[in-house]
Design a protein around this ligand. Sequence first.
Ligand SMILES: *[C@@H]1O[C@H](CO)[C@@H](O)[C@H](O)[C@H]1NC(C)=O
Ligand SMILES: *[C@@H]1O[C@H](CO)[C@@H](O)[C@H](O)[C@H]1NC(C)=O
Ligand SMILES: *[C@@H]1O[C@H](CO)[C@@H](O)[C@H](O)[C@H]1NC(C)=O
Ligand SMILES: *[C@@H]1O[C@H](CO)[C@@H](O)[C@H](O)[C@H]1NC(C)=O
Ligand SMILES: *[C@@H]1O[C@H](CO)[C@@H](O)[C@H](O)[C@H]1NC(C)=O
Ligand SMILES: *[C@@H]1O[C@H](CO)[C@@H](O)[C@H](O)[C@H]1NC(C)=O
Length: 931
Amino acid sequence: MERGPWPRAMAARWLLLLLLGPALQVHAQLDSSDFISIDCGLPETSTGFTDNVTKLSYVPDTGFTDAGTNHNISAEYVTASLPMNWHTLRSFSGDRDARSCYTVGDLVSDLKYLIRAMFMYGNYDNLNRLPIFDLYLGVNYWQTVNISATDEMMIYEIISIISDGHVQVCLVDTGSGTPFISSLDLRPLKNNLYPQSDESQGLVLSDRRNFGASDSVIVRYPDDPYDRIWMPLLSKTAEWSVISTDNIVENRSNSFEAPSAVMQTAVMPTDPSSAFGFIWNAQPSAKNHMPGYVCMVYLAELQHLPRNTVRQFNIYLNGELGYSGGYTPSYLFTDVIYSDKPFYSSHPYNISMNATKTSTLPPIMNAAEIFSVVSTTGTATIAQEVAAITAVRDTYKVKKNWMGDPCAPKKYAWDGLRCKYFESSPPSVTGLNLSSSGLSGNVSFSFANLKGLQYLDLSSNNLTGSIPEILSQLSLLTLLDFTGNQLSGSIPSELLKRTRDDSLIIKYDNNPNLCTNRDSCQPAQKNSRSMVAVYVVGTVVAVLLIVLLLVLLLFLRRRMHGTTSNIITMGNKAIIAPSHAQSSSGHSSLRLDNRRFTYNELETITNSFQRVIGRGGFGKVYHGFLQDGTQVAVKLRSESSDQGVQEFLAEAQTLAKIHHKNLVSLIGYCKEREYMALVYEYMPEGALHQHLGGSTNNGKTLTWRQRLRIALESAQGLEYLHKGCNPPLIHRDVKTSNILLNANLEAKIADFGLLKAFNRGNDTHVSTARVVGTYGYLAPEYLATFQLTNKSDVFSFGVVLLEIVTGQPHILNGPEPTSIVQWVRQRLAHGNIEAVVDSRMRGDHDINSVWKVADTALKCTTQAPEQRPTMTDLVAQLQECLELEVARGYTNAGFYTTRNGDDMSTNVSQRTFEIDHLGRVPTMSTGPALR
Ligand SMILES: *[C@@H]1O[C@H](CO)[C@@H](O)[C@H](O)[C@H]1NC(C)=O
Ligand SMILES: *[C@@H]1O[C@H](CO)[C@@H](O)[C@H](O)[C@H]1NC(C)=O
Ligand SMILES: *[C@@H]1O[C@H](CO)[C@@H](O)[C@H](O)[C@H]1NC(C)=O
Ligand SMILES: *[C@@H]1O[C@H](CO)[C@@H](O)[C@H](O)[C@H]1NC(C)=O
Ligand SMILES: *[C@@H]1O[C@H](CO)[C@@H](O)[C@H](O)[C@H]1NC(C)=O
Ligand SMILES: *[C@@H]1O[C@H](CO)[C@@H](O)[C@H](O)[C@H]1NC(C)=O
């Protein structure tokens, strides 16, 4: 991805993770039985081995991949101390752009993993040719592997969340040598470790160093329960001296957990007044031109300091101050200074420290980690289709390079597959050509799970058995080619029906045993002339019957539909071809505004109402896909619904007319017999209600800025109803469960079933026959008098704002249920904003903007409607609050950059060490001792 000059506004912050008091929770001992260690290239017959030093068990790679060939590294590189897992490797010779993958399943879904791929060339092929190839994690580019020496043990590592219980590590041949791999490790982490790695971003290891360790000491499992590999950095030099302790150094910050063995050594500058630190260079690659970096510096005091001594220092990254006011490490407790967002720089990065004026001791540092960030937002093919096509591959032992994700990335899509790609939803398989692929056995039912399939070519194989009826579930199918197989039985009637509909062409020539006429099930005639002669009478009768039947059908269809078909006679059998080649394509674009769906279509869209994503008084909401792959939410009215037919229709009619980016948009509706349904755009992040309750996003809390933006956007949606519509509309059911969020957490108001138009004329209110809405959100005057104004929505919106600030539900369960309005009023009466602010935001917010929102919310919820602000006022005020919050970020960035970075870098350069190659273990043929 090309990046311009790095955006200042998004400058990363330096955070200091101080001890948070006693550990928040006691964690069960991490079990190394959850580790997966694969030694690639071991013979299939091997049962694996246990590593002498780490005592971890390695398994052979059979079963994780079915491609490639096994090799031993050349004998001259096998030393007594070289751990076993480096002795063998698997190589994947293929063409340029060929992708070879390892698939590891049975992982914990949505858990963060450390994934480590290891490579040692060792001249296994006697060619002495060092390859360069690409590494992918699933569909996302991870890193380019550049094997730069024959005897180097190279380690590439990524930390990423694994979303669906399995992961693929793929090697892509980029035309610069044969990809190979020596071993592959997977280590489960905890999701709160390395917070910079999330659903959309992975951390690629650049370096992980243990300062002050002796040259031969490598710390990993069991000293590090996560089996991170901590390499020593040049222990002693003239400029650096080492301090160490035998005492345990505790980590109480749960975000990084550096092991005590690493923290027990540290370095400091020999000259106490000098600055010191380290630098590294960005490592751009063809696929990541300007990688961003995050860095963690681990600090702990190791000396028990006498009373009159002070160790206090400042920490800078590229001249930006990391911790103001001077930092003093804690005795035998680990602190971490880290950047929460990536830094981008085209110059070398440097971390430097200098003692403050009051300090009597030089700065120290114990360990550091540097990562570049990679995006992990590439979307894999629809999971159900991956399962289906994989089953097809495995059933027929398809001999094609079918590895990794079937459709993504586009460049590496499987041979014979046609895929459709969408902006924000997963790609889908639309065509499959398995012609002449040596398939034998029955026609797999798995084809029926490729729901987006339009074209299926199974011609010229040895398929036997009958054509499964289940293929008729492929509603988009337009061409089905079985020509040249050994199929028997008859063509399922549902499919035949579709051929008559002009929506499907079936080719089944050269299937000697296939019965093409349901009524008199004779095998289809063979091509051979002599056979024709033998069966001439039967053939003539059969052909006549077919023709007669077709003519009859045609006649009936004409009468019924007034459409035409052409009958083309080819060879000895009839094919019904659509009269207008494009006639069915009109169906495939469902994206007409407010289109009307049939109930059958809804069944297809929702896969027979399989996945329920919501429930309400009206019935259930189902997830579905349109034919073009667009995700939708289908709200089906149940017969027992409280929501009347009128309300349902009112919603459809109103929504058809109003469009605003902060209102959920209606795609279509269905009204057929007793069935009524509305089809909306799908909002993948669900309701605000769920986020505030912490039940989504892995329980991750919305930040204050995200909350403000959601509040502002919801307000804009409501303002549009109140001001932008003619007649103005009152929503009547504003609540956090009716504010939905899309993938970018943009808010849209939903559920317009209770929408009410103001009467025209000069009325300022409407009266309703009964109170509707949700208790706890209802304005007092509406409850009392049934009088509805747009200020009733403002009241409800005030309640929403209070929930946003406090993270509490609108009715608090206590000994006595209390409304949130009362609860906040009581607490704020004492001027104590902290007592109401959602503590899960950890104080990371501008206090003024929180006050302002809370204050505004209380104005919205005053008893007298006329004292409440209008939605227009609210939009303006929320806008201001958001600006305050955003400005807070700018202030920090501005403050940091006022430092004179240039001067410092010259000061620092003499005292810093360049951390040399990234992600590489220095040559270790001399035999490092693993701890
Ligand atoms: C690797 O070496 C082992 C033992 O030295 C041998 O049994 C095995 O066949 C070799 N593998 C290959 C692929 O050459
Ligand atoms: C590991 O231990 C076994 C048995 O003690 C020994 O035969 C082998 O050479 C050792 N391997 C290494 C790499 O030290
Ligand atoms: C691979 O590494 C060598 C030296 O280590 C370097 O000269 C070369 O540019 C690198 N190639 C790529 C494609 O990164
Ligand atoms: C960090 O501290 C916690 C709590 O004391 C402990 O459970 C965990 O094992 C420690 N982690 C490391 C890497 O030592
Ligand atoms: C079908 O199988 C037979 C023998 O089993 C083989 O001779 C023939 O080539 C196969 N046909 C195709 C199209 O694969
Ligand atoms: C530390 O370095 C910064 C940046 O160069 C400089 O502004 C500051 O004066 C230095 N502090 C001391 C005590 O030398």
